[in-house]
Design a protein around this ligand. Structure first.
Ligand code: FMN
Length: 190
């Protein structure tokens, strides 16, 4: 039996009733046996990036904890909504902080993206902005299949927030299975 891979799941929404957080919680049940998924620490308390803070008091402990979690994982899945056609500010802020660290945590990390949003494009514009931004951090971006959940309110149970759309469920399973192979291809051989 091959060793399982440690995959960190980062959610871009802080909202209690978040569809993306619900999606992130669904992933372990849809993942192949070879992927062990765990949630990333919250970026909620990371202050807004300011180089003066970095110079005077160093990196905030919340940013260090976020970076450590990323560094220790074999791969990442980022599950996020789209805010005003782009990356939610909280998530971008966390990325900006850790991008300034020595031993930059995103470097060479395999990353898959998922999004759920209220509209017809399902957060796809956020995904493309994230692809652009993460490319500057030397991540190894997973391509297809893409997981883009449109009209989220119709796909999750109103009360339990359970993902009930079979097409989306099948697509997620497919993405995670292909992502596992992608990560394994990138693992150092010894
Ligand atoms: C500040 C803000 C900006 C938004 N901009 C977009 C947008 O550009 N595209 C979109 O599809 N939905 C947009 N929405 C609606 C979100 O898709 C919707 O609120 C979604 O439920 C947010 O994800 P969450 O449920 O995981 O928190 C926006 C919502 C907020 C709060």
């Amino acid at each position: 039996m091959t060793d399982s891979l440690d995959v960190l799941v980062i959610c871009g929404s802080l909202r209690k009733g978040s569809y993306n957080a619900a999606l992130a919680r669904t992933l372990p049940a849809l993942a192949p046996a070879g992927l062990k998924l765990r949630p990333a620490p919250s970026f909620e308390k990371i202050p807004i990036y300011n180089h003066d803070i970095q110079s005077s008091s160093g990196f905030p402990p919340e940013a260090v904890a976020w970076a450590d979690a990323i560094r220790s994982a074999d791969a990442l899945i980022i599950v996020s909504p789209e805010y005003n056609w782009s990356i939610p500010g909280g998530l971008k802020n966390a990325i900006d902080w850790v991008s300034r660290m020595k031993d930059q945590p995103f470097k060479d990390k395999p990353v898959a993206l998922q999004s759920a949003a209220g509209g017809i494009l399902g957060g796809s514009r956020m995904q493309y902005h994230l692809r652009m931004s993460l490319t500057s951090l030397d991540v190894v971006l997973f391509g297809r299949p893409e997981v883009i959940i449109t009209f989220a309110a119709q796909k999750f149970d109103e009360k339990t927030l359970e993902l009930k759309d079979q097409t989306a469920i099948d697509l997620i399973k497919q993405q995670l299975a292909v992502f596992e192979k992608f990560i394994r291809r990138l693992q150092p051989k010894d």
